[in-house]
Design a protein. Structure first.
Lengths: 114, 113
């Protein structure tokens, strides 16, 4: 069975500092994709970053980077230079080969402090 | 591009009433999904459609039915609503392949009294 675990229900970070949101996953499939989404208070789901299981380098998208440690089955999201607008719920998700489903974690609520 | 649209945005039902949530995408995606979001539970998959003409159950299908009307449209029906179905419902679509990122609609907030 596939599973995503996010163990941090809530996090605080000071504006302009970096923050790491944890995500561990479980799958027996050798091919899979890992995704991070942001959900601001307005409710929409916004795609942030993607990492493939066979990608050699960690994914980066602007201030977002994914710290992918395959042996540990972790895919942590790093947000650099936090901004007040980063305050939101963040979800980690996985999609395994042969299926079309996205499996989500329970999310981490991030609050950026001025 | 509109992306993924959902109607209605809000709905209040009484126990036992039925309704259909509509979803449409204009990105020519093959796969479409219905999720529900409850506090502390993340997003849970109700049903999905890998391609036009196919539908499959997700994690929490009980009490729901779906129809993949065509490539663009994927509807979710509650035949006899229950208070336990009070939730926010998201429709999503994606390209095939591992890297296909899911694009989500704005959500429908449903309350069942």
């Amino acid at each position: 069975a596939q599973k995503i675990t996010q163990t941090q229900p809530g996090m605080f970070v000071q504006e302009k500092e970096a923050v790491t949101l944890d995500c561990t996953y479980d799958t027996s499939d050798p091919s899979y994709g890992l995704f991070w989404y942001k959900q601001p208070s307005s409710g929409e789901m916004i795609f942030l970053i993607y990492q493939g299981s066979y990608d050699q380098q960690n994914a980066t998208e602007g201030r977002y980077s994914l710290n992918f440690q395959k042996a540990r089955k972790s895919a942590n999201l790093v947000i650099s230079a936090s901004q007040l607008g980063d305050s939101a719920m963040y979800f980690c998700a996985m999609r395994a080969s042969g299926t079309y489903k996205y499996i989500f974690g329970t999310g981490t609520r991030l609050k950026v402090l001025a | 591009n509109a992306g993924v649209t959902q109607t209605p945005k809000f709905q209040v039902l009484k126990t036992g009433q039925s309704m259909t949530l509509q979803c449409a995408q204009d990105m020519n995606h093959n796969s479409m999904y219905w999720y529900r979001q409850d506090p502390g539970m993340g997003l849970r998959l109700i049903y999905y459609s890998a391609s036009e003409g196919t539908t499959d159950k997700g994690e929490v299908p009980n009490g729901y039915n779906v129809s993949r009307l065509n490539k663009r449209e994927f509807s979710l029906r509650l035949e006899s609503a229950a208070p336990s179905q009070t939730s926010v419902y998201f429709c999503a679509s994606s390209e095939a392949g591992l890297a296909g990122k899911g694009i989500f609609g704005p959500g429908t907030r449903l309350t069942v009294l």
